[in-house]
Write a protein that binds this ligand. Sequence first.
Ligand code: ADP
Ligand code: MG
Length: 252
Amino acid sequence: MSSIVEMKALNKFYGTHHVLKNIDLSVARGEVVVVIGASGSGKSTLIRCVNGLEMYQQGSLLVDGYRMPVEADRRLGDESALVEIRKGVGMVFQQFNLFPHKTVTENITIAPMRVRKKSKQEAERAALKLLERVGLQAHAHKYPGQLSGGQQQRVAIARSLAMEPHLMLFDEPTSALDPEMIGEVLDVMRELAAEGMTMMIVTHEMGFAKEVADRIVYIDHGVILEVGRPDEFFDNPKNDRTRSFLARVLRH
Ligand code: ADP
Ligand code: MG
């Protein structure tokens, strides 16, 4: 199977702080990879490298057939591959980052119109379909402030999907939500997975991870310590540190 993401010996530093250490990780098309680990272990940095929101210094990173330039090359202005990569990669953050002064529909149609040069009519038709998919067709003309956190995050997912991504990145998409709203967002993500979307997800929702992931990646101080199928990973972790991490998070 061809990989959509291929990291080889990837290293990332913030100044002298070495935050990703010799990362080797491939993601196949259609695969759901869940990244877990303690706070500060490098999870966000890892997935932000995939769409170039963070720069890496050493190793190689192929995304969707393009080579992501290393920091030194980006500083020299070599960003053409980055532009192509970003067209095919959607990202959903902990904070929904919707435009507060634009309606739900406008939030979803703005990028397809500007970047994909879709007509307003075409973009709005697609937006409505996406809103139906995330269960929010009745809220098309509202402003983000009139919606709950769970609804806003579903709009943010629809907005990403409007660009027809080949890969979706999620960085703790439910961490800012009240507990009663987590389920509705996870349901949308579950459906996406079932439809075959390729996803890299950082989450602390272990039940969800176990259910939806094809593989779990456990990262500790910038090192991938363990990768496995969820059943193997949760039921029979090989590494002592993985075991103690799981004991800590599963107790809650
Ligand atoms: P996680 O998402 O697993 O909590 P992060 O990827 O955010 O971890 O952070 C990994 C490490 O990099 C941490 O030690 C964090 O303090 C550091 N770090 C994150 N962002 C920056 C930044 N912009 N500048 C300097 N250090 C950072
Ligand atoms: Mg993080």
